[in-house]
Design a protein around this ligand. Structure first.
Ligand SMILES: [Zn+2]
Length: 123
């Protein structure tokens, strides 16, 4: 029995941390552990886990935005020398915690969109 599923944008599925095939099931079981199968449609998710790839993207994006932020704070405000590093560090850590789950779900959804055979053959 072949079910048809709506075409879901990888960005939309990623931001909702939802299954890339049905858009209803959740992708995560804990903070970053991917469920074995989608609880709604049964798509094998864990065996196609993107691993640390999304973290590498975030390291580059947040690293390249956090350092200029520290320099800007240091030059624009009359603050102690440790203050720019503290503010930029908090900024980077907060955004990393906020963006890691959606980034991981987005990469999983992109894998589903562009390498669907890996999901349907059982990985
Ligand atoms: Zn699903």
């Amino acid at each position: 029995m072949a079910e048809s599923y709506p075409d879901i944008s990888p960005l939309k599925a990623g931001l909702a941390c939802a299954c890339p095939r049905c858009g209803r099931g959740r992708v995560f079981d804990g903070f970053l552990s991917v469920v074995d199968h989608c609880p709604h449609c049964g798509l094998a998710l864990r065996e196609n886990d993107s691993g640390d790839g999304p973290a590498i993207f975030l390291i580059f994006i947040l690293g390249f935005s956090g350092v200029p932020l520290a320099f800007w704070i240091d030059s624009a405000f009359d603050v102690p020398a440790w203050m720019p590093g503290l503010v930029a560090g908090i900024f980077v850590i907060a955004l990393a915690l906020l963006l890691l789950r959606p980034a991981k779900a987005c990469v999983l959804a992109l894998q589903y969109r562009h390498r669907r055979d890996d999901f349907e053959t059982g990985g």
